[in-house]
Ligand binder design. Structure first.
Ligand code: PHE
Length: 351
């Protein structure tokens, strides 16, 4: 009988290994293990054997029965896994094309040198009690010109080659701001003196590009309004800021400059750090770089900003951020800043 049981077990294993279908496996199970199954039939004759034989055959038959049950469960589980795998394979996205993409170089982003400098300057001015303001790129005539003492027929409008938007008859004229001085106006109208703020941002001019001119560049406006503010305050803040930025003593010169929104107006130049003053394309061979137009806020501008020029005054400046970046890093052409050339950009990987 023992032999018969083992034969049944072997046959069962063979048969099971052929099956690939749930119902077939269940059929096989009942064929062998069911009430009328082969194993059960054999076990029925247990009653005809001696006690001693029964003690030997009984446990063996139970063990085989248990193993056969386990094999059935295992086969059913395997079938389930196979089904899931098949489903996954069918729904799988073909990404083999990615294998051909070489991944030796993992590009990581960095901060543009202009942003680096901007953040640094913001920190310097924040530490001196200034706020940091922002304003829109698309402006109207009032904020870009009129409130800044540049009326419609004023020739000073020609100093800034402006990108105008098409406007229908009777509509307000809009333009891309030509300077960040627009935020002087917005800042004044939104607060009561005394106050001091800076305002970094992109500005636009219809300009012919060369080593030191771009159509789209960045400025950092500054304004301080209070009582009894003088040119010496202006010079103090400018010198302190520049020395912090360049981390060394730099040579500056102040000369008269005309801007309708300041009176008196100045141009603060620094000794060119690209050529050490010898003369190059960035400083137009003069040895000096125009960096910081500034001056005392014109009374008309204070009035347009809702401030009484009899009781308050102040200074304003417009730092050329791109020039500053160029001086700081020894960049000899402003066009590099916007070129999108990774050989240039990746030199400033600072976060
Ligand atoms: N807005 C002026 C320009 O872009 C710069 C400036 C700002 C001058 C503030 C004086 C005071 O040319």
């Amino acid at each position: 009988m023992l032999q018969k049981i083992d034969e049944i077990y072997t046959d069962f294993q063979k048969a099971l290994s052929q099956l690939k279908d749930q119902s077939e496996i269940l059929n096989l199970k009942s064929q062998y293990l069911g009430k009328k199954g082969q194993l059960s039939e054999v076990l029925k004759s247990l009653k005809d054997v001696t006690d001693e034989q029964r003690r030997e055959i009984g446990p063996h038959a139970n063990k085989v029965k248990q193993e056969m049950n386990e094999l059935v469960q295992q086969a059913l589980r395997n079938l389930e896994v196979e089904k899931i795998n098949e489903k996954l394979a069918a729904e799988r996205e073909d990404t083999t094309y990615l294998d051909s993409v070489k991944s030796e170089w993992t590009p990581t982003g960095g901060v543009h040198p202009r942003t680096l400098i901007q953040r640094e300057i913001e920190d310097i001015f924040l530490s001196m009690g200034f706020e940091v303001l922002d304003g829109p790129h698309v402006e109207d005539e009032f904020h870009n010109f009129e409130a800044l003492n540049i009326p419609g027929d004023h020739p000073a409008r020609d100093m800034q080659d402006t990108f105008w938007f098409d406007t229908k008859e009777g509509e307000k004229k809009h333009l891309l701001r030509t300077h960040t001085s627009t935020i002087q106006v917005r800042g004044m109208l939104e607060r009561k003196p005394p106050f001091r703020f800076i305002a970094p941002g992109t500005v636009f001019r219809c300009e012919r590009t060369d080593a030191s001119h771009e159509m789209c560049f960045t400025q950092l406006e500054g304004m301080m309004v209070g009582r009894d503010i003088s040119v010496s305050h202006l010079i103090y803040f400018m010198k302190t800021a520049l020395q912090e930025i360049f981390k060394k003593k730099i040579e500056v010169r102040l000369r008269p400059g005309f801007f309708p929104f300041v009176e008196p107006g100045f141009e603060l130049d620094i000794r060119c750090l690209i050529c050490q003053g010898k003369g190059c394309s960035v400083c137009k061979q003069t040895g000096w770089v125009e960096l910081l137009p500034c001056g005392m806020v014109h009374p008309n501008v204070l009035k347009a900003g809702g401030i009484d020029p009899e009781t308050h005054n102040g200074f304003a400046f417009g730092l050329g951020l791109d020039r500053l970046v160029m001086m700081r890093y020894g960049i000899d052409d402003i066009r590099h800043l916007q070129s999108g050339d990774l050989r240039f950009n990746s030199q400033f990987k600072t976060y």
